[in-house]
Design a protein around this ligand. Structure first.
Ligand code: SF4
Length: 346
């Protein structure tokens, strides 16, 4: 029966080598198949042309390749591409390709739905169904890399874990996917081109620091005042700012990597001088960069983008305190592909 077969990409290279030895073949056959599965991203055993027909049939009998399928692709007038990606069990997640003059960035999902409940985010309205497997995350990157080559004539240059889901709530699989993305047997990308963006789970940030990961960390902060942050990101009640700061301090002491904060300024929520002063104070303990992101309203309009004056106030105050700041325009708004808009509406 189809369901009794194992997902072959859940096996490590060593387990695959052992499988072949146990079946009277050479361990080396495991290396060949592993290369087909990851580096060549094979969708079927049939395409593995340097493997004998007999072996391919034996693999077919024992395993499946649960490859994702890009169910629908939408292109924005600004070039942004959004993929609705179908998983082996029929569930859908979204991933986005963001092109600029100098780079193409993949924004990938790590969970179906999300475990958290940020009030401004469309994904939070979807119940968390399950975590994505490492291969499902990897496949999103491969699909976007192919699109980047096809439509922009260059390979994918950067990856952000900023799509659907909280990556640190699917820690093990996210790290395994990064291992594959960066390994020579996978895509061979530099970890410096990968950013994991979290809402801030202190325990997991410390764990990452202990494991000396090489990728970048970004924190969706949005307020440095507990009361305000809890009102827009209710889980902040359990992980208050003092715990987050302590974890980030630990991260910096171990990695010496600058911390990036993602920050949206909303009208009437966090657009006062007191809000920016709290942010400056929060940033002081380590070299920081603040990305101010334009907000993309989701349908009920409870959150509105702050005025240009408020954004200017943030920018000037941060710069006056020697904190690097960028103000990012939103991309792909017309196809609901912008930050906070991913909600399987396509
Ligand atoms: S902003 Fe991120 S962590 Fe918060 S609900 Fe949306 S997907 Fe989840």
């Amino acid at each position: 029966m189809e369901s009794a077969k194992k997902d072959i990409r859940a096996l490590t290279k060593d387990q695959l080598r052992d499988f072949f030895v146990a079946n009277g073949d050479k361990a080396f056959r495991g290396n060949q198949v592993y290369e087909w599965l990851w580096q060549k991203s094979a969708h079927s055993f049939e395409t593995m042309t340097n493997i004998s027909k007999e072996t391919r049939e034996m693999l077919e009998k024992n395993f499946v390749i649960n490859h994702i399928k890009v169910d629908q692709m939408q292109r924005s007038s600004d070039g942004t591409i959004k993929n609705a990606v179908q998983l082996y069990d029929g569930l859908i997640v979204e991933s986005v390709l963001i092109p600029t003059a100098t780079r193409t960035t993949a924004c990938v999902s790590s969970q179906v739905g999300c475990s958290l409940d940020c009030k401004f985010c469309a994904t939070s309205r979807l119940k968390r169904m399950r975590n994505l497997n490492p291969d499902e995350i990897y496949d999103q990157v491969v699909a976007i890399d192919n699109e980047s080559r096809l439509y922009f004539d260059k390979p994918l240059s950067n990856i952000v874990f900023m799509g659907m889901g909280e990556p640190l709530m699917n820690y093990k699989n996210v790290l395994q996917s990064i291992e594959k993305i960066t390994s020579k047997e996978g895509l061979g990308m530099s970890p410096k081109r990968i950013t994991v963006s979290t809402s801030g789970v202190p325990k997991m940030i410390k764990k990452m620091a202990d494991e000396e990961v090489k990728f970048n960390l970004a924190v969706s902060l949005h307020s440095a005042i507990d009361e305000v942050r809890t009102s827009i990101m209710p889980f902040n009640k359990n992980f208050p700012l003092k715990d987050l700061r302590e974890a980030l301090q630990y991260w910096y002491s171990k990695t010496k990597n600058r911390i990036t904060y993602e920050y949206v300024v909303w009208k009437g929520i966090n657009d006062t001088q007191a809000d920016v002063e709290a942010l400056v104070k929060f940033c002081r303990f380590a070299p920081s960069k603040v990305n101010i992101i334009e907000y993309n309203p989701i349908d009920d309009g409870a959150f509105q983008q702050a005025s240009n004056n408020a954004i200017d106030m943030y920018q000037k105050t941060l710069e006056a305190n020697n904190i690097t700041v960028t103000v990012r325009r939103s991309r792909g708004k017309d196809i609901d592909a912008a930050c906070g808009q991913l909600a399987n509406k396509s």
